[in-house]
Design a protein around this ligand. Structure first.
Ligand code: ADP
Length: 510
């Protein structure tokens, strides 16, 4: 064997192939000396065959920490045993490390002794780097998924059994992940709250069968028996028109649901309270009205008797007291009537008695009724109208509108002049009541037509804050509208626009 040129000299066809292929091929003698080193090896490492021939390959090509172990393998050339497959780093001429997977084959001589070792290697540096990057990115995705405050899941579209769930499933609901995956009936028979199961499971099944992604909210039972609310957003995955899987996200919405529940209960209690108050208002005003009416009648009767008899000094005083009592009784009657109207309006039980009505006559009647207050206030009153103005209205209710506006003008008018104007348009009548009194602050104008709202201090001006609410309700019931213009310290002008014939729906206002 000695003196016989190993794979040198003219290259045979197989040697040409060895030079051409991309795999690394290296041939060693039993001592580990490099005998042959193909072109791919030379390109990968930067060394030429001349530089390496006859040298133990580990001296040049292996990193120091691997070199000693490799040298030991070749310690006894008669018994050299190179592992048939292994991975190792080669250090190139410029110090770059390449990861190579090796497949080794010993070639024996006639006596059965190892003559050469042929190593075939693949440079897997890039592939390994890519695999590592892929693994890292998959890990990042998994970490992200598992760290979410939501349960991400995948399930079988036929059985709805989970195929995958993220760790939040266990954190949130307490069941071990294995339970979710191993028990095919876990969602349908255990997790979904018994009271929701009857609709939740068929709903999800039906949507899945129809290939529709869906998004729904239901209750579930946690491992410790608590009830939680989940929002489940489900995507139905299809391939070639066939449903192949379900993917979804479950989010814990318990606190939102509890807040909603609390709000609904509160709202219901509030509505009940309002209903109770309206009912009380209605009953109380009815109950107050009957004794008040009989008291008023009795007082008026007494006054009539007193007026028709000659007056003694004592009876003069009695009469004065009777007059005061009768006036107060009338005032009380107005308040009770206002309360009764409010409860009727609220209950939609206020009926309009529509008939041909002269607005000018109604205004005159209102002035007559408020004559006493007007005189006491010191305000003068100017009425501007060009003859009667007929319309289809409820005279009693329109009288109420005018007296309310006029008594406000007297009350808040500061004793200065008041004027009422009545104008006829093509289809509407327009009435304005203007005073030069205290006016209304701009930020309160928007609310003075609401129930119980007032823009003045109760210490200075009495009232329930119901008059304008009733005015607006009555005018709107006639199909009309109320407006106001006001400036603090300058005065207020209230306008009422009424269609000459109220719409038929006005018979019963709602
Ligand atoms: P009340 O007069 O009983 O308070 P109203 O509903 O008639 O109730 O009026 C609501 C509020 O609107 C009054 O409290 C007052 O602040 C304001 N207001 C109404 N009319 C006038 C007016 N002519 N001038 C100034 N303020 C007014």
């Amino acid at each position: 064997m000695a003196g016989e040129p190993p794979l040198q000299g003219d290259l045979t066809l197989s040697a040409q192939i060895l030079e051409a292929i991309g795999a690394l091929v290296v041939v060693l003698d039993p001592q580990g000396h490099v005998v042959y080193f193909n072109r791919a090896c030379q390109e990968s490492t930067g060394y030429s065959l001349e530089e390496l021939a006859g040298r133990p390959f580990w001296d040049v090509l292996l990193p120091p920490e691997e070199a000693a172990a490799m040298q030991a393998t070749f310690h006894d050339p008669s018994a050299v045993q190179v592992p048939s497959r292994f991975e190792s780093f080669w250090v190139g001429k410029e110090g770059r490390q390449r990861l190579i997977t090796w497949s080794n084959t010993p070639l024996f001589d006639a006596t059965g002794r190892v003559r050469y070792i042929v190593g075939t290697g693949l440079d897997v540096t890039e592939r390994r780097q890519m695999e590592e990057a892929l693994r890292r990115s998959e890990q990042q995705h998994a970490d992200l998924l598992h760290s979410l405050n939501a349960i991400c899941w995948e399930a079988d579209p036929e059985t709805l059994a989970f195929r995958f769930v993220t760790q939040e499933a266990e954190r949130l609901l307490g069941y071990p992940l294995a339970r979710w995956i191993d028990d095919p009936t876990f969602w349908t028979h255990h997790l979904v709250h018994p009271e929701d199961r009857a609709w939740v499971v068929p709903f999800c099944m039906a949507e899945t069968r129809a290939g529709r992604s869906h998004d729904f909210e239901y209750r579930v039972l946690a491992a410790d028996g608590r009830t939680l609310w989940l929002r489940d957003i489900v995507r139905v995955e299809q391939e070639n028109g066939r449903t192949v899987g379900l993917k979804g996200v479950m989010v814990d919405i318990t606190s939102r649901k509890l807040a909603e529940l609390e709000r609904d209960q509160l709202l219901q209690r509030l509505q009940e309270a309002i209903l109770a108050r309206d009912e009380f208002l209605s009953i109380a005003s009815h109950e107050l009205r009957s004794p008040l009416t009989s008291m008023q009648l009795a007082l008026q009767h007494l006054l009539r008797i007193a007026r028709n008899r000659p007056l003694s000094e004592a009876s003069a005083q009695v009469m004065q007291a009777l007059e005061v009592a009768e006036r107060q009784c009338r005032q009380l009657g107005k308040l009770v009537n206002a309360l009764l109207d409010i409860s009727r309006i609220r209950a939609g039980r206020l009926h309009l008695d529509l008939r041909q009505t002269d607005l000018v006559a109604v205004v005159q009647e209102a002035v007559l009724q408020l004559r006493g207050e007007l005189e006491a206030s010191g305000s003068s009153l100017d009425i501007e109208a060009s003859g009667p103005l007929w319309g289809q209205w409820d005279p009693g209710r329109i009288l109420q509108v005018v007296t309310n506006l006029l008594s406000n003008a007297i009350k808040y008018g500061g004793g200065r002049p008041i004027s009422i104007r009545i104008l006829q348009g093509d289809s509407h009548a327009r009435l304005t009541v203007a005073d030069q009194g205290i006016g209304i602050p701009a930020d309160r104008i928007g609310t003075i037509f609401d129930r119980f709202t007032r823009a003045v201090s109760p210490r200075h001006y009495g009232g329930l804050g119901l008059g304008l609410y009733i005015v607006r309700s009555l005018v709107e019931a006639h199909g009309g509208r109320v407006t106001v213009q006001s400036e603090v310290g300058v005065g207020s002008t209230f306008g009422v626009e009424l269609p000459l014939s109220a719409p038929p729906s006005a018979q019963t206002m709602r």
